[in-house]
Design a protein around this ligand. Structure first.
Ligand code: PNS
Length: 165
């Protein structure tokens, strides 16, 4: 079974990577699908986000990374996927995620959304939090893959920070 893991990934965090790695153990193939959303202005370009995810998933041969536009379900249909993979961190995620899962099911009955509980150590983590910390010069090495940490330090022109004790 092919699973699509859709998202904005601006940028990918260790929480996302954890979901990808665990999804990889459950499904034949996991396609990380980066949404091109013209109504948002992301920090990193679509191409950069795809490159960042490819870099940190190199060790996973059954993981592919692509970008898409439009409805996730249309992309899933094109890629012959049976599952949409999403992480659930906290209760407040649940409402939006359940709404998306139900909406997607009405658009294509063959799709199932599979939720993985985000690992405890990443349950607070989001791309927005990472950007906020990096912007004000804090260490983000423990929150994102190394390649992404370097990109963030470069982007905000701060030198790499020591990891917190
Ligand atoms: O990382 P995000 O921003 O939480 O991901 C949200 C995403 C990309 C999964 C969702 O916004 C999405 O699927 N957008 C594509 C448009 C779509 O299919 N909308 C219908 C679902 S309600």
């Amino acid at each position: 079974m092919i699973a699509i893991y859709p998202g904005s990934f601006d940028p990918i965090t260790l929480g996302h990577l954890d979901i990808i790695q665990r999804g990889d153990r459950l499904f034949e193939k996991v396609i990380v699908a980066v949404l091109c959303n013209p109504s948002k202005s992301p920090l990193f370009s679509l191409e950069k986000r795809v490159e960042q995810i490819k870099d940190c998933t190199q060790h996973l041969p059954n993981v592919e990374v692509e970008s898409f536009t439009g409805l996730t379900i249309e992309y899933a249909r094109q890629r012959n996927a049976g599952v949409l993979l999403r992480g659930l961190r906290v209760l407040s995620d649940f409402e939006k995620e359940l709404q998306m899962a139900h909406t997607n099911k009405t658009l294509w009955a063959n799709i199932e959304t599979v939720f993985l509980a985000t690992s405890n150590e990443y349950s607070f983590l989001s791309s927005s939090v990472v950007k906020e910390v990096a912007k004000f010069g804090g260490s983000i090495d423990h929150l994102v893959p190394d390649n992404v940490a370097n990109d963030l330090y470069k982007c905000f022109r701060v030198p790499p920070q020591p990891k917190p004790q």
